[in-house]
Design a protein around this ligand. Structure first.
Ligand code: MN
Length: 328
């Protein structure tokens, strides 16, 4: 997915800052709608980054979408665009997306299967919902690569999730480990991601790594997280220090995504589809994309080439006049 907006606003619905009550703090973060662009333009609900919170572990971006009637929204149709310094995680609840990238991948993203793309020093990819997809529903997340790994070679892998039952919940672990389940995919910092499905009236106690901070994105249902009601599309942020997390479901089944990780401990600059450590990193990546791919100077340069994609590639927006400052 390509980030087509750059003016984040945020609303904090509820906050219990550290030290203001018993136990580690919980914040409920509200999503904002962002159109993906194009004539019919499906829109996504973005919960990361926002002013109140820019990182959860190394997770730096969370877009949640659907269920969308593709006949109405046009589905996902994102032409080739670049990434640097991050990994992209594509996770679907429903529908199918064709992913193509410049390391030669053609992959169908399907529910229950992680698609993990490592951009490292540079990659380009396209993402389009398939013609047979009537309803599209899922999430795309980005993981910032730690400084020592942000120039690794680009790579792609598709891996089925590791299933697990915890209390009443059916859990699909797709990155890192949770309870007895561990996902296979390669990451560069300590983190976790899992889909949690809880029947109406059900409850579960998820075992957490107390060194991690976590986010629980509620996709559907009326969920209660440690006593806090969390409406669909909202993200509950949980600061480090928790060994478990109690989630209960009301009158309808709950579906949620759990993400977490050890606090990154690094400040990053994120602009458009690039993650760096300083303004000059993203300015350099933008200049190379514009010169090599959009301008046709070296189509197989830093970002490689996708010979099988009809394109045309997405030009980068203008850089803001201000020098971008690190966050995190
Ligand atoms: Mn992308």
């Amino acid at each position: 997915m390509s980030n087509l907006e750059r003016d984040p606003g945020e609303v904090l619905l509820e906050q219990r800052p550290a030290g203001a009550g018993p136990g580690p703090a919980i914040e409920i973060l509200e999503p904002r709608d962002v159109p993906l662009g194009g004539p019919r333009a499906m829109s996504v609900r973005r919960t990361l980054p926002q002013r109140a919170r820019s990182l959860i572990g190394a997770w730096c971006f969370l877009d949640h979408y659907g269920p969308d009637d593709v006949a109405r929204t046009g589905g996902m149709d994102v032409p080739p665009h670049p990434h640097t310094g991050l990994q992209t995680v594509s996770w679907l609840f429903r529908g199918e997306i064709e992913h193509r990238d410049s390391v030669g991948t053609v992959s169908l993203v399907r529910p229950g299967e992680l698609n993990l793309m490592t951009a490292g020093r540079g990659i380009q990819h396209s993402e389009r919902s398939t013609p047979g997809t009537e309803v599209l529903h899922g999430a795309q997340l980005w993981i910032a690569l730690p400084d020592g790994a942000r120039d690794v070679a680009p790579a792609f892998e598709a891996v089925p999730a590791a299933p697990l039952e915890l209390g009443d919940a059916r859990v699909q672990v797709f990155l890192g480990g949770l309870g007895a389940a561990r996902a296979e995919a390669r990451v560069f910092s300590e983190l976790v991601a899992a889909q949690i499905d809880l029947p109406a009236g059900g409850s579960t106690e998820l075992p957490l790594d107390p060194a991690f901070e976590h986010g629980l994105l509620v996709d559907a249902g009326d969920a209660t997280v440690e006593g806090y009601r969390v409406a669909p599309a909202h993200l509950a942020y949980l600061e480090p220090g928790r060994a478990s997390l109690r989630v209960t479901s009301g009158a309808s089944p709950t579906r949620a995504l759990l993400i977490g990780g050890r606090p990154l401990g690094e400040s990053i600059v994120m602009w458009w589809n690039f993650v760096g450590r300083a303004h000059d990193d993203v300015a350099e990546a933008r200049a190379r994309w514009q010169a090599e791919v959009i301008g046709g100077g070296d189509p197989a340069g830093r970002f490689g080439d996708i010979p099988t994609d009809p394109g045309p590639p997405l030009p980068a927006p203008e850089l803001p006049n201000l020098r971008l400052k690190p966050r995190g």
